[in-house]
Design a protein around this ligand. Structure first.
Ligand code: PDD
Length: 280
């Protein structure tokens, strides 16, 4: 495996950044995960637009020109011969002696890695459906910024894993579902309407979520952007989650209670099927 670190393509096992990188010390950085399908980076423009927003919200400079970054992303995918998988990119504020305020004159660090994922494994997981658990929302109020500060997400995901579930949904004190630890949350009502929470500061504005709006339109499905509760999800026709690698994956149980009849939903599976005809 080959990775990119600050201007160099290096053997993955030797890829490293300095111990005083602010990403390491303060989680002072942002990232993107893009799906690779048939050798192409899916929705790259939307991912780079979101990266631009994350960087500007934190006043971190672009590590290089956007067109140069595209070259690096494609080169890492190419050098690793990834046909299906993901490319990860991370930009931090850079290396400086530890001190909380922004350092002056520091160059941002850029790291890019790629990895293969077996598309069959993902398909099997989607066709079987996944379980989720719920956890109280305990993150800060700017989770719309895709920062590498993911400790609440890590703890929630570990709890899910220990409960035999794939995902944990963050739930507000009023019972409204925010999103998963690494996925956006959806339901399909008994009237067949897709419901997902508005992309305000309370959730990450998922790229897959955005593309699913286009897919749904193509399939003639209506979408309502509003909050929904765990109770509503349990009595809905379907629930599903979305992210760059899971696309649309049905949820068959929440906290051990079956969603509808406990079988993967057909709307989620048809969205998943149609996804590649829309994404670019
Ligand atoms: N996670 N919500 C959260 C908190 C996420 O971390 C992610 C993505 C999403 C879905 O966004 P998108 O459709 O752009 O992948 C929603 C990535 C995949 C990760 O952290 O690995």
């Amino acid at each position: 495996r080959i990775s990119y670190v600050n201007g160099r393509y290096v053997a993955h096992r030797n890829a490293s950044v300095h111990i005083e990188d602010r990403g390491y010390q303060f989680a002072d950085g942002v990232y993107e995960v893009c799906e690779i399908a048939r050798g192409f980076i899916v929705d790259m423009t939307r991912h780079l637009d979101r990266l631009d927003r994350s960087l500007s919200e934190l006043s971190i400079d672009w590590p290089m020109h956007r067109s140069a970054l595209i070259v690096v992303l494609r080169e890492v995918v190419r050098r690793n011969r990834v046909r299906n998988g993901l490319v990860y990119l991370q930009v931090t504020r850079g290396v400086a002696p530890r001190d909380h305020p922004f350092p002056a004159g520091t160059r941002p660090s850029l790291v890019v890695t790629a990895k293969k994922i077996d598309p069959e494994a993902l398909r099997h997981k989607a066709e079987a459906g996944v379980n989720v658990i719920t956890v109280p929302e305990n993150r800060w109020d700017r989770v719309d910024i895709k920062t590498v500060g993911l400790l609440p997400n890590v703890l929630a995901k570990q709890k899910a894993k220990e409960s035999g579930a794939y995902e944990a949904w963050f739930v507000d004190p009023d019972g409204a579902v925010k999103e998963g630890a690494s996925t956006n949350a959806w339901i399909v009502t008994n009237e067949g309407i897709l419901v997902t929470r508005p992309a305000d500061h309370g959730i990450l504005r998922g790229i897959t979520r955005a593309t699913l709006f286009n897919v749904a339109a193509r399939l003639g499905l209506r979408i309502e952007e509003r909050a929904f509760t765990v109770e509503e999800a349990l009595s809905a026709r379907e629930a599903f989650l979305s992210s760059a690698t899971t696309l649309a994956t049905p949820i068959v149980a929440i906290d051990g209670h079956p969603v509808a009849n406990g079988h993967p939903g057909s709307v989620a599976l048809s969205l998943r099927q149609a996804f590649f005809e829309i994404a670019e």
